[in-house]
Ligand binder design. Structure first.
Ligand code: ZN
Length: 310
């Protein structure tokens, strides 16, 4: 029996053996479910519905929580409503998500997102990102991708390494980020708005988590042919260096302003949106913005605190 213990199945195995489990001081395996975005940071927006990513992934996350809890797991949600997660001493929402994971001392961290690929609205399907050079994370990603393919029947765009902050800084080895559908696809946008599909995705993720913790290795299948190229484009790690245009700058009253739309073209991580006069930046929360000649500008000094400028 003992030889069957896999590191990632440790808690399950210990429960079977009647031993006290270590992780989280609980006798149940624990999962952190992290619905991305929220509140002032809606994420990507459905091409047809205009429904934000934050809303889709929260609904899926709540279904997943219910399924996991019914199956006896301890579940920690990073958010359970339309707001950005917070944690004491971590003003940044991404750091807060990582802090919640650390506090939870869970076995698995699953971040939920919807993808966007504006250059080709026909691109659809699911993609799972794992930590670079981390076998636990990669295996969980493969297991979830397989379960998503089997349960939803939607295109499988494979598993890919990524340096997203919630993965890179995560204290849990088995941390993944699942991109469910592309909101730039009208078909995926529609699917993600239906309760039936949201439940189906939660069922798939639950199945994948069970298989992973049970030590059932994923059977690899080749992803859609163009998926690696799409993942590269999404992660902005193309094989050739990109030509990045300098963002337009203005000087007004001795203060330097930077053009927001030019900045948005630099990096997907920096996709930003405007709500009133607040510029929403994924890593940094809202930044006051001003309109100059019909263009949106932000104070360089404010921006530099949050984002590395070229
Ligand atoms: Zn997202």
């Amino acid at each position: 029996m003992v030889v069957l213990i896999w590191l990632r199945g440790l808690v399950v195995a210990m429960v079977l053996l009647g031993l006290p489990a270590g992780a989280g001081g609980s006798d149940r395996p624990a999962v952190v479910v992290d619905p991305g975005h929220g509140g002032p940071h809606p994420g990507a927006v459905g091409v047809a519905s205009r429904r934000p990513e934050a809303q889709n992934v929260l609904a899926i996350g709540l279904y997943l929580r219910d399924l996991l809890e019914e199956a006896g797991y301890r579940v920690v949600l990073t958010r359970s409503g339309d707001y950005l997660p917070t944690a004491p001493g971590h003003p940044d929402q991404l750091d807060a998500r990582v802090a919640i994971a650390r506090e939870a001392a869970a076995d698995i961290f699953v971040s939920l997102h919807n993808n966007a690929y504006p250059r080709d609205p026909s691109v659809r399907g699911n993609m799972v990102f794992h930590r670079t050079a981390c076998p636990d994370s990669r295996e969980l990603a493969r297991t979830l991708a397989e379960a998503l393919r089997q349960v939803t029947g939607q295109p499988d765009r494979g598993v890919h390494p990524a340096g997203f902050r919630v993965l890179r800084l995560n204290p849990l080895p088995a941390a993944v980020l699942v991109e469910i559908g592309f909101l730039t696809s009208a078909a995926d946008d529609w699917l993600l708005g239906t309760d039936a599909y949201r439940r189906q995705v939660a069922v798939a993720l639950h199945r994948g988590i069970e298989r992973y913790l049970g030590g059932i290795p994923a059977v690899s299948e080749p992803p859609e042919a163009d998926s690696t190229a799409i993942a590269r484009a999404i992660l902005k790690t193309p094989p050739e260096p990109r030509k990045i245009p300098e963002p337009r700058r203005l000087e007004i009253g001795g203060r330097i302003l930077v053009n927001a739309r030019d900045l948005a073209r630099l990096d997907r991580e920096m996709i930003l949106s405007l709500e009133g006069k607040l510029l929403l930046v994924p890593d940094g929360g809202p930044i006051p913005a001003v309109m100059v000649d019909g263009e949106v500008y932000v104070l360089a000094a404010l921006l530099e605190q949050r984002l590395p400028l070229p």
